[in-house]
Design a protein around this ligand. Structure first.
Ligand code: SAM
Length: 248
């Protein structure tokens, strides 16, 4: 049976020992009901994976000692960032979980013009929850790293901050000339890919014009109009399949 896996933040490590508290402690002790001596798999979040054994259990905290490093499962050969137009709450959690499973490296919640929720007040706590969903999804699917969920950002901010050499694809259902398939097959794979997906209400013409002006490539996913939570995940899967390691 697969060992239970947990990402342990840097501050919780002290040489070959990790102190586990909070939700992970609760899961280990009260869901898995593990005692001292039980084996765990711990990840440092920087790509390294260790076998460990629970050494000491106190109230609210346990200490696990590393028994050896194990080969880390490979991460996708390209860094794909999903820039997701903010959908309704539950949809964002689904998008984050599924994007993590397929191998996305980063997720940026996009405050697009027609995005539904106004999160200003709750943005911080929403982001903490989203980041935890990404960590838990990475643990579940056996990744050695978890995607970072960025700050809620505006289109101009994200477009202005693309790293040099990154490919930027703007999913536009109104695009008539260029498809994602054509772009993926036209040239060599890129190391950095940013995928922009509109919210339920779609992107505005002004947003599309700004994206194109910034050098993003507007692409169609075909004639059917996909829901926002479908479009980003499908496009990410297609990029990771054509240019990455999805599909083996
Ligand atoms: N304009 C859409 C409508 O008429 O219902 C609303 C936007 S759609 C639900 C959400 C987002 O998914 C779009 O902004 C776009 O980024 C992406 N999308 C959906 N279908 C697409 C397609 N066929 N080609 C490219 N992007 C698509």
């Amino acid at each position: 049976m697969r060992l239970p896996r947990f990402f342990v933040p840097p501050a919780a490590w002290e040489r070959d020992r990790a102190t586990i508290t909070g939700r992970d402690y609760h899961h280990i002790r009260h869901v898995l009901r593990l005692e001292a001596g039980a084996k765990l798999r711990l990840l440092d979040g920087d790509g390294r994976v260790y076998d460990a054994v629970i050494e000491k259990v106190d109230r609210g905290a346990l200490v696990a000692v590393v028994t050896g490093e194990v080969p880390a499962p490979p991460e996708p050969p390209l860094r794909l960032t999903l820039v997701q137009g903010l959908p309704r709450r539950d949809k964002m959690e689904l998008v984050i979980q599924k994007a993590t499973e397929i191998g996305v490296t980063g997720i940026v919640p996009l405050a697009a013009a027609r995005a539904v929720p106004r999160l200003d007040r709750k943005a911080g706590e929403r982001r903490v929850r989203w980041q935890r969903i990404a960590v838990e999804a990475a643990e579940q699917c056996g990744r050695s790293r978890f995607p970072l969920v960025g700050e809620i950002s505006g289109l101009a901010e994200v477009v202005g901050g693309l790293p040099a050499g990154a490919a930027g694809f703007f999913l536009w259902e109104g695009e008539q000339a260029t498809t994602l398939k054509q772009v993926l097959r036209a040239g060599p794979p890129r190391r950095d890919v940013y995928l922009f997906v509109g919210p339920e209400g779609g992107f505005t013409e002004a947003e599309a014009a700004r994206a194109r002006a910034a050098g993003l490539v507007s692409v169609s996913l075909g004639s059917r109009i996909l829901r926002t939570e479908t479009a980003g995940l499908i496009a990410a899967a297609l990029v990771l399949y054509e240019w990455g390691d999805l599909g083996g």
